[in-house]
Write a protein that binds this ligand. Structure first.
Ligand code: PLP
Length: 822
């Protein structure tokens, strides 16, 4: 147990006052507050916004202890709070965690690597939790902030720690190593991913290896030559470090002699200490095989009996790191989080639920917890605190433990069941209707059965939207823009990706404005609870009623529109209604030209009904060097016209010109606001920028049938798909009515099947497409990716002779959108 004084002592200082309060929870994200009395908040400063501004609101919610840096000046506003002042709050958080770590002697496994950290961690937990009381990083908490928070969970009851360490820049590992101080280090695969912050791959490996600086053992895959070499170099400086390496060379400590991939499983033959054993895992992909071998090495080192390892490996679970949101029955939305249930991930899931405003009712289906905090009583007190402080309409608890603590939950409608089966039997009586349902359960509860019953089944093709990627891209541009405001373009169903689902995220991530093309799109967002200001680019008289009723802000692009909107407002005695003036500086689409301005001024002079919120223009070729001179002309004209407008109306307004490409290509043109469109969805014309973005959408479907077709036969309409040699042809469930362009037929396009590209053969049909899978390991029911991170939508667009915008916005509404957060 710690008091504020104890924490201050760790940091070699003293609190401003008080100091006797108990500290149980370290908080860095103000939205995750659970129990204020025992929380110590660290103001970890973000790249864009300072965390200082959260202090007062947390104080108002009851938090009384804070670690702040010298930029914090509002202590006087929080009279009875204790402040610990430090130079660097992140370093302070790490020091506190280090001190906590040093109180325990339990063995700790530290995992690093580019891919597979979370899977190896989850599998080690699965494989070892019969033999140990395991404490592990929640989700993928592996950053400079995530690691200390993970370590803080250690208590005297734990007998093994398993923690991830992830780095993206030089000099980060030393700090994580100090906090984790692992005895055993595991390096999973080293890929190119995140190589950005390092001058070379070797440098990146060396940095990762710093996690073993004080460890006694390192386990790594030696098939990777460079890794093998760097480990040897590292051992030369750290002679006490023992290693266990594995791979397909008999000279390695653990020799992978043979790998037999079967339909749904793989047999791996492993020789170590001259003894050979075969292990079977329920996966067939290469990454899973390496991750499993890594786990086997750890288990052997911990002297877990081989028979036990074999038996457990048969049941290795899929590690779902994503939180999926999908359309449910009776107009519900369902969030599927049916794989883990611990306090941290419950907090995250509930936050996510709170962001969803499209339904008025919020329901949580929650199982027992297995990762306890102290004891059951304390754990369920936390669970109840998490649930009760949120606006939840209905709670359905499943399991004996949560049922035993039902009196702690203060939810208007709460029901409890002993088992998942009991709930399934009663499900029809629960009449879910127009609500958002979070399904959150520990793996053993098999809540995926409940999800299957709640999910609305339509088409096999789905458009998966990675919300994490969207947030990543947004942060990227927010950092580029710094103080410039950001308007997110969510027209055309957010470039095909969704409406309120995306707008909710953007609202939460604090963009300044949204823009849609037509009033109806704005009405939909308002009806789903979006409160951000919304600009509407294409308004007509018929739309005025909804514009005003839903507080939407029209773009005024012509004298005619200005006049009719003003007279609409005046007839209703509305004053100072916010509008946006569009100028035509060369695009020649919509907007006032310079010679129109005097007439506009004459109209504006006689009315108080509108207020010009912003003035903007659109660039015709911001993504292309050829047009840079023209872009600059557009911009000079824009500034000139803005100045004229400002002196005519006598007040200033937001000026904006940049679209996505201009934000980075013409950063001098960002003015007061930028309008971010395609970049948000992960695309940029500049390859150097686009590689820093993440693709947001994956369009996938499945194979309905596979057949052999003989040389000389043809496939599809008009006999266009000529088979030149005996071939294997698969029919997939997607066609041009779904927005898969017909122009991709006859070999122009390809799709991604089990890691390989299969060309489209013949014409694309309305609802189906045929692909050539000759030589590819594919079977009926397999998933097929039309585009996604593996096959970029930019490439698909190029093959279809169009642009990514058209592909994305063309995906038909009959294709279900599924949202997930990694
Ligand atoms: C669509 C649109 C944008 C966004 O363009 P991107 O190239 O997708 O960033 C910006 N401004 C206006 C007026 C638009 O219509």
């Amino acid at each position: 147990m710690y008091t504020v004084n104890d924490i201050a002592a760790i940091l070699n200082t003293q609190p401003t006052s008080g100091g006797d309060s108990i500290v149980e929870i370290l908080l860095t994200d103000s939205r995750r507050l659970i129990i204020p009395e025992t929380t110590l908040f660290f103001t970890i400063q973000g790249p864009v916004q300072s965390a200082n501004k959260h202090v007062k609101s947390l104080y108002d919610q009851g938090v009384k202890s804070f670690v702040v840096d010298k930029t914090f000046q509002d202590a006087a506003q929080c009279p009875d709070a204790s402040f610990i002042f430090v130079d660097d709050t992140l370093l302070a958080l790490q020091k506190v965690a280090t001190a906590h770590r040093n109180k325990f002697t339990l063995p700790v496994i530290g995992i690093t690597g580019s891919n597979g950290k979370t899977i190896v961690k989850e599998w080690l937990d699965f494989l070892l939790n019969d033999s140990f009381q395991v404490v592990k990083s929640p989700k993928s908490y592996n950053s400079q902030v995530g690691v200390p928070l993970s370590i803080w969970q250690i208590t005297a009851t734990h007998t093994l720690g398993v923690f991830e360490a992830g780095i993206s820049e030089m000099n980060e590992m030393e700090r994580l190593n100090a906090v984790i101080r692992p005895d055993i280090c595991v390096v999973t695969s080293i890929g190119e991913s995140h190589a950005l912050g390092f001058s070379s791959l070797a440098v990146k490996i060396d940095e990762k290896l710093k996690l073993c600086k004080d460890a006694s053992l390192l386990i790594y895959g030696a098939n990777d030559n460079l890794l093998h070499q760097r480990v040897d170099a590292f051992k030369a400086i750290h002679p006490n470090l023992k290693t266990i390496n594995w791979g397909n060379d008999p000279s390695f400590d653990v020799y992978v002699e043979d790998v037999q991939v079967m339909d749904n499983s793989t047999a791996i033959k492993i020789v170590s200490n001259n003894i050979s054993h075969s292990y079977t895992i329920p996966f067939v992909d290469r990454a899973s095989i390496s991750n499993a071998v890594t786990c086997i090495c750890v288990l052997k080192h911990l002297q877990i009996p081989v028979e036990f390892i074999k038996e457990r490996l048969h049941h290795l679970p899929t590690v779902e790191m994503r939180l999926e949101m999908m359309q449910g029955i009776n107009n519900c939305s369902v969030i599927n989080d049916s794989y883990v249930n611990d306090l941290t991930s419950l907090g995250v899931a509930l936050d996510n639920l709170e962001k969803q405003n499209q339904h008025t009712k919020r329901t949580v289906i929650l199982s027992d917890m297995f990762q306890l905090r102290k004891d059951k009583e304390t754990t369920y007190r936390y669970v109840a605190a998490l649930i009760n402080k949120r606006n939840i309409t209905k709670l359905i608890g499943v399991g004996p433990d949560i049922s035993a603590h039902k009196e702690l939950f203060k939810v208007p409608d709460a029901q409890f069941y002993n088992s998942t089966n009991d709930l399934i039997i009663d499900l029809p009586n629960l009449s879910f209707q127009n609500e958002i349902i979070l399904v959150k359960g520990a793996r053993t509860f098999e809540f995926e059965k409940i999800v299957a019953l709640l999910e609305f089944q339509t088409h096999d093709a789905v458009f998966e939207i990675n919300l994490n990627a969207l947030k990543h891209n947004l942060r990227f541009f927010q950092q580029k823009l710094q103080r410039t405001k950001l308007m997110a373009m969510v027209k055309a169903f957010s470039y095909g990706t969704g409406s309120f689902e995306i707008a909710n995220i953007l609202q939460h991530a604090k963009v300044d404005y949204l823009a849609v093309a037509y009033p109806d799109e704005g009405v939909e967002l308002r009806s789903a609870g979006v409160t951000l200001p919304i600009m509407v680019m294409n308004t007509e008289e018929a739309g005025f009623k909804n514009i005003v009723k839903y507080s939407l802000e029209p773009e005024i692009y012509s004298l005619r529109l200005a006049k009719i909107f003003i007279s609409y407002l005046e007839s209703r005695s509305i004053q100072a209604y916010p509008v946006h003036l569009k100028l035509d500086t060369g695009m020649h689409r919509l907007g006032f030209e310079k010679q129109d301005l005097n007439q506009l001024f004459a109209v504006l002079k006689n009315t108080a009904s509108i207020k010009i919120q912003s003035v903007f223009t659109h660039l015709a070729g911001s993504d292309d060097e050829t047009f840079d001179a023209f872009t600059n002309e557009q911009s000079s004209l824009f500034v000139e016209m803005c100045n004229d407008i400002e002196s005519a109306i006598g007040y200033s307004f937001i000026r904006h010109i940049s679209n996505s490409a201009a934000i980075t290509r013409h950063s001098d043109l960002n003015f007061d606001m930028a309008r971010l469109g395609i970049g948000l969805y992960g695309l940029d014309p500049d390859p150097n920028i686009s590689k820093k973005l993440m693709q947001v959408g994956t369009l996938r479907t499945t194979i309905s049938q596979i057949r052999n077709v003989k040389t000389g036969d043809t496939v599809g309409y008009n006999r266009q798909g000529k088979v030149e040699k005996d071939s294997v042809i698969a029919t997939i469930r997607i066609g041009y009515a779904d927005g898969y362009p017909r122009s991709l037929g006859n070999g122009k396009g390809s799709v991604w099947v089990n890691g390989e590209l299969a060309p489209v053969i013949g014409n694309v049909c309305m609802d189906m497409t045929m692909i050539d899978v000759t030589g590819i390991n594919a079977k009926e029911g397999d998933s097929v990716i039309l585009f996604g991170p593996q096959l970029s939508v930019a490439t698909v667009a190029k093959n279809a002779n169009t642009i990514a915008y058209e592909i994305l916005t063309g995906i038909s509404q009959r294709i279900k959108r599924v949202y997930y957060d990694e």
